[in-house]
Design a protein around this ligand. Structure first.
Ligand SMILES: [Zn+2]
Length: 399
């Protein structure tokens, strides 16, 4: 660390070995590689400060910042989260500033004159030295001072700052916003990276996006659900630009909806197939001279499908009687039954509620309804075959 006090620069360090005494001479060496990374992030902080003013609000002010060789953290006042679209614009603006290879300039200027610069950023409450160091991006401090009130100055990053900076924005290589969050009432925090870390995050997002794009070609519900689940579990653990992550999450949500739609379509198709099969079955039995049947169809706990199967079949064969079963072995085990009885059969003593009740009793179930239509539900799926045998027995009493 280095500190300035009483006109001296103090370098603070730890003694690794040997000893030092007052009056010893020493050599100070800068770790340029680390310093460059810090300068990258610091210059990016200035660009971010401007981009926030350009894209969020003229009232955005710096509330704190932390710059190291890995990341930059910037706190600012804003009473709501910065949405993904705006974060995307900010990120793009800084990437563009890097691509434009803008010069980064600094110079000590008298405090009074420097304060005249239009659009200048200074941290409120901070005491600045006189002369003060002005750091400007895209326009030299001399040019600024020649016309401090110029309107265009508002579009430039001009700050009072004593920190380490790049000479040119292109040295930052890349920029990525990695997170945006609230840290206190009315204060937001952006975490971002430059250089290799930013490029790597951007590359990871591209790879992930390519994997998500492959989902478009998956037309089968179970396969889509499996691949989607894997990507959903992974997405939060991957460090990538927050804007890209939000886009990816939107895409994943779209595919989740596709899975639901596929499920609905499959259920509708399954229901139609079950109803059609019941109608065909009843027609065939009627053609054989039968007047009643017991049938199981595969519609799970879909009561409406059972009703439809019976109504459609008996519409085709009005003098026929039938009882249809279906079972659902999901979390809650269910056996459903629905019976439809013709007028003739009622006259001969076949009662729909009784037919349902006595058959379903074997499955631990109950039922009720009117003489021509009744329904019921039980839970012992394992006894379904016996229940159907009982239903056959009751139907046989019709002769
Ligand atoms: Zn600074």
């Amino acid at each position: 660390d280095a500190k300035v006090a009483a006109g001296y620069v103090f370098h603070v360090g730890k003694l690794a070995s040997g000893s030092v005494a007052a009056g010893d001479s020493c050599m100070v060496k800068v770790d340029y590689e680390r310093r460059h990374k810090i300068a990258n992030n610091h210059t990016a902080t200035h660009m971010l400060n401007l981009a926030l003013r350009n894209n969020v609000s003229d009232d955005v002010q710096q509330k704190g910042s932390l710059v190291d060789d890995e990341k930059l953290r910037f706190d600012f006042n804003n009473n709501k989260p910065v949405n993904a679209k705006t974060l995307g614009k900010i990120e793009k603006e800084i990437q563009d500033d890097i691509a434009k290879s803008l010069g980064v300039y600094y110079k000590d200027v008298s405090l009074k004159e420097a304060k005249e610069i239009y659009g200048l950023r200074a941290v409120f409450g901070e005491v600045y030295p006189d002369p003060v160091r002005v750091v400007s991006i895209g326009k030299s401090v001399e040019d600024l001072m020649s016309d401090p009130k110029a309107k265009e100055n508002y579009n430039l990053s001009i700050e009072f700052c004593g920190g380490t900076h790049l000479d040119n924005t292109k040295e930052a290589e890349s920029f990525a916003i990695l997170n945006e969050e609230g840290i206190a009432k009315g204060v937001r925090r952006i975490l971002a990276a430059t250089g290799k870390l930013a490029s790597e995050a951007i590359a990871r997002a591209a790879t992930f996006k390519a994997r998500v794009a492959k989902l478009d070609g998956v037309k089968e519900a179970a396969a889509l659900e499996a691949q989607l689940g894997e990507l959903k579990r992974e997405v939060d653990s991957v460090t990538m630009p927050t804007v890209a992550k939000s886009e990816i999450k939107d895409l994943l949500a779209k595919h989740s909806k596709r899975v639901v739609d596929m499920g609905k379509k499959a259920a509708a198709a399954n229901k139609k197939k079950a109803v059609d099969e019941a109608v065909q079955f009843v027609k065939a039995k009627a053609a054989e001279g039968k007047n009643a049947c017991v049938l199981k169809i595969d519609v799970g706990a879909d009561t409406k499908a059972l009703t439809e199967a019976v109504d459609a079949s008996l519409k085709a064969e009005p003098s026929f009687s039938m009882i249809v079963f279906s079972s659902d072995d999901g979390k809650k085990k269910k056996v459903l039954a629905y019976a439809g009885v013709s007028k003739d059969a009622i006259a001969k003593g076949l009662d729909a509620p009784k037919w349902v009740r006595e058959s379903l009793a074997i499955c631990g179930g109950k039922g009720g309804g009117k003489p021509d239509r009744a329904q019921g539900q039980g839970s012992k799926i394992e006894n379904l075959a016996q229940a159907m045998a009982k239903a056959e027995e009751l139907a046989a009493t019709l002769g």
